[in-house]
Design a protein around this ligand. Structure first.
Ligand code: FES
Length: 149
């Protein structure tokens, strides 16, 4: 049995799972409780028609020089990662599962912190989501990364 303090430390989804809810009943309760957690992605589509550049010589983007490093560009709905087996990869910040802008990069895969969807280094869905993440063309010139959006 967990104490109330321990329960406060887990997120709402985990809490509902611990109550024994699963599948459709879990998502119905979760979405009903959080209201904003299950909105469709269409409200937060990425800006398009330009190129975004990241100078890894600057402090803000220098973590991209390290394998496993990533940067979340909320303004352009992008996540750029230095992957171990696919070089630099740019994907959308918007999850293909239920559209939350919560994609991050960890332990050699893209993850969504909303419901735990995982994606490989090419953006292909591994779990929870059934569709791949949108990926963007990325070029590198020296320490400058450019993403076409
Ligand atoms: S929105 Fe559900 S896992 Fe990303």
């Amino acid at each position: 049995m967990q104490t109330e303090n321990q329960l406060e430390k887990i997120n709402r989804l985990e809490f509902l799972k611990k109550l024994g809810l699963s599948g459709a009943s879990l998502m119905a309760v979760y979405c009903g409780v959080t209201m904003t957690s299950c909105k469709n992605a269409d409200a937060t589509t990425a800006l398009t028609g330009g190129t975004v550049s990241y100078d890894m010589n600057t402090t803000s983007f220098s973590k991209l020089l390290t394998k496993g490093g990533y940067y979340v560009d909320s303004a352009n709905n992008l996540v750029i990662a230095n992957t171990s087996d696919n070089g630099y990869v740019a994907v959308t910040l918007v999850c293909s599962h239920e559209g939350q802008r919560q994609i991050q990069y960890s332990t050699n895969k893209f993850i969504c912190t909303a419901h735990g969807a995982t994606f490989d280094n090419k953006g292909n869905a591994l779990s929870v989501a059934s569709r791949a993440l949108t990926t963007y063309k990325l070029t590198q010139t020296g320490n400058i990364l450019s993403v076409v959006i």
